[in-house]
Design a protein around this ligand. Structure first.
Ligand code: GDP
Ligand code: MG
Length: 164
């Protein structure tokens, strides 16, 4: 059985961008299960010869503004149930939101390893300032990346492997 890594977070933080970047590093098998395509997308990834399944819990959302809090909660529950490691993605440009706090509360209660990932950090001069507020989520050190530019994504996968 391949280990399962799930990406969780509110809409627009960059879940699908990160998913595509990780899956695109090595393989391109994206499998949509009938009936659950709106909920989640599965892909196969590989890093340093470790194979894993990656889940984008946001699924296919043509308009991610319309995603309801109950859907996000459901996605987080799925991830907690299925995943071996959870990547909790937040948006370093927008900063911390109420929905982030809700998701964090659910994840803190789970027994699964959670990596708090702060996306959209392209400028390293102010990285400390941008990630600082996320410490209050109580999920350890925030890990800054830029999914779009591929910055720190390899380092993030190195960290993920330490939990598998
Ligand atoms: P999702 O709703 O969480 O799946 O988010 P998406 O992957 O669809 O990304 C939402 C928006 O954020 C898109 O406009 C992306 O281009 C943008 N985005 C994603 N990752 C980054 C990043 O690392 N930096 C910046 N500046 N924008 C990003
Ligand atoms: Mg998405």
């Amino acid at each position: 059985m391949k280990p399962i890594i799930a990406i969780v977070g509110r809409p627009n933080v960059g879940k699908s961008t990160l998913f595509n970047r990780i899956v695109g590093y090595r393989t391109s098998i994206v499998e949509n299960e009938p009936g659950v395509t709106r909920d989640r997308i599965y892909g196969e990834g590989e890093w340093l010869e470790r194979k894993f399944i990656l889940i984008d819990t946001g699924g296919i959302e043509p308009n991610s503004e319309d995603v309801l809090l109950k859907d996000i909660r459901w996605q987080a529950e799925l991830a907690i149930e299925e995943a071996d490691v959870i990547l909790f993605l937040v948006d370093g440009r927008e900063g911390l939101t109420a929905t982030d706090r809700e998701i964090a509360q659910m994840l803190r209660k789970s027994q699964k390893p959670v990596i708090l990932v702060v996306n959209k950090i392209e400028n390293y001069t102010d990285v400390e300032m941008k990630i600082f507020e996320f410490y209050e989520l109580g999920l350890g050190d925030p890990f800054p990346i830029s999914a779009e530019h591929g910055m720190q994504v390899g380092d993030l996968l190195d960290k993920v492997l330490t939990y598998l």
